[in-house]
Every structure is written in C-alpha cells, then in structure tokens.
Design a protein around this ligand. Structure first.
Ligand SMILES: NC(=O)c1ccc[n+]([C@@H]2O[C@H](COP(=O)([O-])OP(=O)(O)OC[C@H]3O[C@@H](n4cnc5c(N)ncnc54)[C@H](O)[C@@H]3O)[C@@H](O)[C@H]2O)c1
Length: 703
C-alpha cells in the first residue's frame, strides 16, 4: 500500500438516476437499486483502501450525482480548480466540494461563471506528471484550458470528445503508470488522436475496442501497478497483464446507469507537482465578426456548427439583430481552437462564409516569399471561389483571377500592390504569398430567406433537385439561356460522351447552332462519339436510331479517329464535307471554340485533343474568362476540373445521373449553383422543348 496516495469518495446514500443529462441515463430514471449501489460502492471503497487512503465527503440529500467525486474539481499539489458544472442539475454540488477542499487546506481556484469545466472527469494528469490531458466537446469548454495551465503551472494538451456516450474524458481515456495509456480512440476526433499518438509511443498505447469501452474499462483507477475497473474482456486483461498491471474487476453496473464507474466515483487528491514542468497551452482564440441576414439565411447556425464540427468552440459575444425584415444583423463570436493549425482550418472556412477577423483595422495579411518556383510557403492560404480581399499596408486589395485551390500572390506594380490567385505551379521566386488567415475577407452575396424560398428565377440554395423539380429547373435554365444570349453573354458547356449515348447529341448541336453556347470544354470521347454518329449513325458501335448493337460496330470508333487524323483536324474534316452534322460540326461552322482535354483512357487521340494537361488546363481557364453560366453535362472529370477554376458568381448547372457527382459539383456553398439528378438526354430534350416554347410566337400570347 502506498500511504502517499489519497482518494476522495462520497457514499451513495442519496444516489439515484433522477434526471437525464447523458445517454446512459436515458431509460434508467429511478431504475437503479439503492441496495446494490451501496454494496457495489462499498466493495470499490474496500478495494481502494487496500492500496491507498480514502477520504470521504458528506453526501447531500437531493444531490444524487455527488457520489461521482471525480467531478468535484481538479487537484495538483495544493491547488484545486473547482468544477463549474454545465448542467444546472449538478451545479448544487459545487459549494459542498468547495467547502471540503478549503477545509482540507487546498487553494481553490474558481473559473468565471458560464465557463464550464467538470474537474478530473475532463482533465487527467499524465501519470508521470509531465502534462495534463484535458477534454472538451461535451461538458467542459475549451476556453477553460488556459486557466488550468495558468493556475496549475502545467502544459495542457486539449483533446476533443466526439461520441456523446463518452461525454467526459475519463470515460474513454486513462493514463496509467510507466507512461502507458488505456483509451478508446473512436471517442476522439482525428486531430486529438494525432496528439495522443505524438505523445504516447505505440508500445505504450493500449487502445480498446467498443465492447470494453461501453463497459467503462477506461473509467479505471490506477494505483501503481493496480488497475481497478468495472469489467474487462479477457483480451484486455491479458494486454494489461503483459504491460505489468494487475486488473481488479469490481462490478459497478448500478453506477453505469448514470454514466459512471470506478474512476468517476473517486477523485485522486494527492497529485505531486513536478518542479521542472511549467504552464503551456496551445489553445488559441480569435474574435470574428459576421454580418448579413444571419438568422433568415441560417448563416449564424452554419458558422457555429462549422466551428464545432472542425474541432473548435465558440462564445457569442454580441448579437445585434436587424430590426426590419431587410436590415442585416451582426454578430461577434469568440472562436477557440486547440491549436494554431486547427484555428487556421476553422478560420479559413469562416472566411468563406464572409467572416472577418477582429480587430480588422489592425491586422495586415501575413506575407511570405516564394523561395522556389512553383512551390508556396508551407502555411499558404488556399484560395476559394469567393471574391476575396486581402489587407496589405492597411489597405484592402481585391484579388484578381479568383479561383479555388490556388495561392494568393502579391506583387508590387507601379500602380501599387497587386493580388492575384495563382495555381502553385505558376508561382515565381520573388513573389510574396499570403499565409495564415489574418487580413483576409471574402465578399458574399447577402443571402436571405426570401432569396432561398423565391419562386422567381434564381439558382437557389445549391440544392440538388429531385425528379419533381427537374422541369422547374429546366424552365429556369431555358429562361436564363435566353437572357444571356439576348444580352450577348457567355455560356460554356462541359460535356461527356454520355450526351451522345443518351440521344442528347442533336439537342446540344441545336443549342450551339442557335447561339446558346459560346464555348465547349470536353474530352476526346464526346467528339469521337459525336462524329461517329454523324458519319456512321452509331455511337461506340450502337445504332442510335434503332438502339441495337451493329455487328463489328465497335470498330467504327477507331475508324472515325483514323479518318479525322487523316484530315489533320476536326475543322478540316468538316471543311472537306466528311462531318456533316452534330456537335463538332456546329462548333466549327458557328465559330464556337472548343477545347478537348486529353485523358489516359483516350483512344487515338483525335488530332485536336490536347494531351499536354497543363496546356489543356490553361486553355480551359482561358475559355472560362467572362463566363456567365456553365452547363455541366454528365462528365465528372471535366466538370470538376472546370468547377475548380470558376469563381463564385458564375451560374453553374450540373446535370448527372449520379447524385454524388451532382452534390460534389453543386455543393460549393455558392448560391448560384444548382444540381439536377437526371438523365442528360432527357434534360437536353426538355431544355430544347422549353426554349422552343420561349421563342414561339404563341408563347407570348399564352404566357
Ligand atoms: N474512347 C475514348 O477515347 C474515351 C471513352 C470514354 C471516355 N474517355 C475520356 O475519359 C474522360 C472521362 O470521361 P467521362 O467524362 O465520360 O467520364 P466521367 O466518369 O468523368 O463522367 C461521366 C459521368 O456521366 C454520368 N452519367 C452516366 N450516365 C448518365 C446519364 N444517362 N445521364 C446523366 N449522367 C450520366 C456519370 O454518373 C458520370 O458522372 C474524358 O476525358 C473522356 O473524353 C475517352
């Protein structure tokens, strides 16, 4: 027995499941047996007394969870950080625990009100005393961690809990003697798992499976080589034995009904201080400002959800609600993250939502030089589709060539600073690149409920349409195509060979002929299939009129490629009268530029197919300049390529039979994109019918 080690426990005289504040309590109200609870508690008490000293705090009537003394506070040396319970049901415990600590000579530190922290339930010392593991996500706030570091003068490693069954750190994490760690990895987010793996060597990590985790195997009390717990599988016991530990199982299922077991029922009140260890915490906080129709458009919810989902926490400092329906609201939110890396991730997403870092008038963007052509500094800010401004020498500069997945390069020109999105390979030594997330803001269109619900033409809420909505979307697209054509605007089409297989080729050809398309971005296949159909009436060997395979028809495909190669280009084959109709014919005869980007699966290729992919990307980007609308027709490859090059503000219609492709393309958070899950041939035929309606003289009378 080690006389130095002391625990605090509280007899279960008033223990019961009286309310539900965690998933374990659900369905268990008043279902625990008082007699069995007393018996189980006494057994645990007896076991611990064999190995340590156990102090008792007096139980209080009407405070059933006081039995879980782990949540009284966190002790290190003579310092205690008293718990501030999240749920009002447990807040009544605070004065009793405070009194006990004061009477026993501890210095009690109290957190600000409204900053929850639930003691040793959410903060566990490395058993060598090197640092403190601190949990957040359910009960304790991340913002409490800097206080722990300061008051206890120790390094704090923040870990985020993501499984509500394991709502306190000590339900899924148990540091053991000799640097071992017993834990359930699935209870933590990936960043936290990385933190754990960086600090605990693989041979010291005892990761348990769900079956042991739900028996609260991690909710264990470790006294030197003894590990006391509710229950462990044979495999876990063997693993612990191999690591030099003796497992003592003592049933605690009556307490499991309230979501606690051995560790929750105890608080270690002797924790030695290591003199050489000092305060250190990587938690960062920033204040951001969001403006717009924050409630109507759900923007504030999206921002707060995003902070939580990406591993941070928040506090809304101010919320000024716009009083009129049209007036906008403003919110100031304190964002906290466990590290600078996580903070950068959160802030770059918040910037996409239009948030600005405060105080914005004091922070310039951070620039770092390009040291190698084509390579950005490590911490470079990754550009998005949204119009962006960066603050340089106190001035906001608009970024040119907005696109996603680039870096923002800054160059000095005679007219001043120039900011431009560049893809990595185009960066040059001597340029400066924006790093970090300071001094960056995006300009978003104001979203409102009216806009989202509007039945007027609008490319609403980046929604993927159901079949019912296809016709409505087709009407909207037809109307927009008509408007753009009449205004001399620009529509770019990306299309895959499915357009031909589904019989949509003639419709797309008509759109080109009638001036609705100003540029075609595609690959080798659609051009080959289109000309095969034009010359031979088949597409990949299928008779397009009769829908049956033509004997030996697959050879048609290669014959066409060969023919066009003989003429040297598609245009020359058209001029020679070899290609007499179809998509490529219309492009050539109507001077509609097309770019065919090569791919590894291309047969041939056609002489026009650009097999140098960097050149193909540049030619695509060139064609996309000044585009008003992009119609993306059943080509995942080319449509995603185009999507990445396109700034927000360009209307995008993505048609694909696969909802996953449509979601990927239309879900850019941009209000101008719309996805249509349907057969592309059907879509094109409906679109032509609709355009006919719009141009028919009868339409004006009827409509
Ligand atoms: N023989 C060739 O040279 C040859 C043949 C095929 C593809 N390719 C090349 O391979 C690359 C990728 O080709 P891709 O763009 O066809 O393939 P892709 O896989 O990128 O996209 C095809 C898309 O069409 C969708 N689709 C399938 N049936 C549909 C329907 N009935 N209606 C609507 N959508 C439907 C699919 O869900 C998919 O997203 C291109 O560069 C292409 O030129 C070359």
């Amino acid at each position: 027995m080690s006389p130095r080690i002391r625990f605090l426990m509280c007899a279960p005289d008033h223990y019961d499941v009286d309310y539900v504040i965690n998933p374990w309590m659900e369905g268990n109200i008043h279902k625990s047996s008082p007699d069995r609870a007393v018996e189980q508690w006494q057994k645990l008490h007896f076991v611990l007394k064999e190995h340590a000293t156990v102090d008792l705090v007096a139980p209080q009537k009407g405070i059933p969870d006081m039995v879980f003394t782990a949540n009284a506070g966190l002790v290190l040396g003579q310092q205690v950080v008293l718990s501030r319970f999240l749920h009002k049901e447990r807040q009544g415990e605070e004065p009793y625990f405070k009194q006990w600590f004061e009477e026993n000579g501890y210095t009690v530190n109290e957190l600000p009100k409204d900053l929850p922290f639930e003691g040793a339930g959410d903060a566990l010392l490395d058993r060598e005393g090197r640092w403190l593991w601190a949990g957040y996500g359910f009960r304790s706030e991340l913002d409490s961690h800097p206080y722990l570091a300061k008051w206890l003068d120790i390094e704090v490693v923040s870990l985020r809990l993501i499984d509500e069954r394991f709502y306190h750190l000590d339900t899924c994490f148990c540091p053991l003697a000799n640097g071992y760690l017993l834990y359930y990895p699935a209870a933590f987010d990936s960043y936290s798992n990385r933190m754990i793996e960086m600090r605990v060597a693989p041979e010291k990590r005892i990761a348990i499976a769900e079956a042991d985790a739900v028996n609260f195997a991690c909710n264990a009390v470790n006294v030197e080589d003894i590990v006391v717990m509710n229950q462990a599988s044979d495999a876990l016991k063997a693993r612990l034995r191999d690591a030099g530990f003796q497992v003592i199982e003592t049933p605690l299922n009556e307490f499991l009904k309230a979501g606690g077991a051995a560790k929750c029922l105890t608080l270690r009140v002797t924790e030695p201080v290591r003199e050489e260890v000092h305060a250190n915490v990587s938690v960062e906080s920033r204040i951001i400002r969001l403006e717009g129709h924050l409630l109507d458009s759900g923007l504030i919810n999206r921002a707060l959800d995003l902070i939580i989902d990406t591993g941070g926490s928040f506090q809304v400092l101010n919320f000024n609600l716009g009083e009129q329906r049209q007036s906008t609201s403003a919110a100031e939110v304190k964002v906290s993250a466990p590290s600078h890396e996580v903070m950068e991730g959160i802030l770059s997403l918040l910037i996409d939502l239009g948030a600005v870092d405060l105080p914005q008038d004091e922070r310039d963007a951070i620039l770092e030089p390009v040291l190698q052509d084509g390579v950005a500094p490590d911490d470079f800010y990754v550009s998005t589709i949204y119009p962006t401004e960066v603050r340089i020498h106190g001035e906001w500069v608009r970024v040119d060539n907005q696109r996603m997945d680039g870096a923002i390069a800054i160059t000095q020109t005679p007219k001043g600073q120039k900011a431009e999105c560049k893809i990595l390979r185009d960066l040059l030594v001597g340029e400066q690149v924006i790093t970090d997330v300071l001094g960056i803001r995006t300009i978003r269109k104001t979203e409102s409920r009216e806009l989202r619900n509007s039945q007027e033409f609008s490319f609403m809420s980046s929604g993927v349409s159901s079949e019912r909505r296809v016709e409505i979307v087709v009407e909207q697209v037809a109307w927009e195509l008509r408007k753009i054509r009449d205004a001399g605007g620009k529509v770019v089409v990306t299309a895959g060979p499915v357009v031909i297989h589904t019989g949509g080729g003639e419709h797309l050809a008509r759109l080109i002929r009638e001036g609705y398309v100003q540029s075609l971005l595609a690959g080798n296949a659609i051009a080959v299939h289109d000309m095969e159909q034009s010359i031979m009436g088949t597409s990949l060997g299928m008779d397009m009129k009769r829908g049956v395979a033509v004997r030996g028809g697959h050879r048609h495909h290669l014959k066409i490629i060969n023919t066009i190669r003989r003429y040297g280009s598609i245009a020359k084959a058209v001029e020679a009268g070899v290609v007499k109709n179809g998509i490529m014919y219309e492009c050539v005869t109507n001077n509609v530029p097309f770019v065919l980007a090569g791919s590894i699966r291309d047969d041939g290729p056609l002489p026009d197919t650009q097999m140098d992919l960097i050149k193909a990307q540049e030619e695509y980007a060139q064609q996309l300049k000044g585009t008003d609308m992009i119609l993306m027709l059943s080509s995942m490859l080319h449509s995603i390529g185009v999507g990445n090059m396109t700034p927000s503000g360009v209307k995008m219609v993505c048609v694909d039979i696969n909802p996953a492709v449509v979601t990927k393309l239309s879900d850019r958070g941009s209000i101008e994109s719309v996805g249509v899950v349907t057969d592309v041939g059907l879509f094109l035929s409906l679109l032509i019918q609709q355009l006919d309606k719009l141009t028919s003289p009868y339409h004006a009378v009827v409509g």
